[in-house]
Design a binder for this molecule. Structure first.
Ligand SMILES: [Zn+2]
Length: 73
């Protein structure tokens, strides 16, 4: 296994991770809810991808529970 010769300084780590931000210019609008989402990713607001509902988000589950009246707390 290759082993690094020197310890990565906090400055180096910061410089490396500065390029890893999710920029607003790299976001697209969701066709279902018009919120920003990452391209080629499921919408985190409504759980839609490619025009299909693929996942129920936490907030949707919470809203459904409130509607059902089965909130235990
Ligand atoms: Zn959406």
């Amino acid at each position: 296994m290759a082993v690094p010769k020197k310890k990565t300084s906090p400055s180096r780590q910061g410089m490396r991770s500065s390029g890893k931000h999710v920029h607003v210019d790299n976001m697209v609008l969701c066709n279902n809810c018009d919120n920003f989402r990452r391209p080629h990713h499921m919408c985190l607001h409504c759980g839609h991808y490619d025009g299909r509902h693929v996942m129920t988000t936490k907030s949707q589950k919470r809203a459904q529970r409130a509607l059902d009246g089965t909130e235990s707390t």
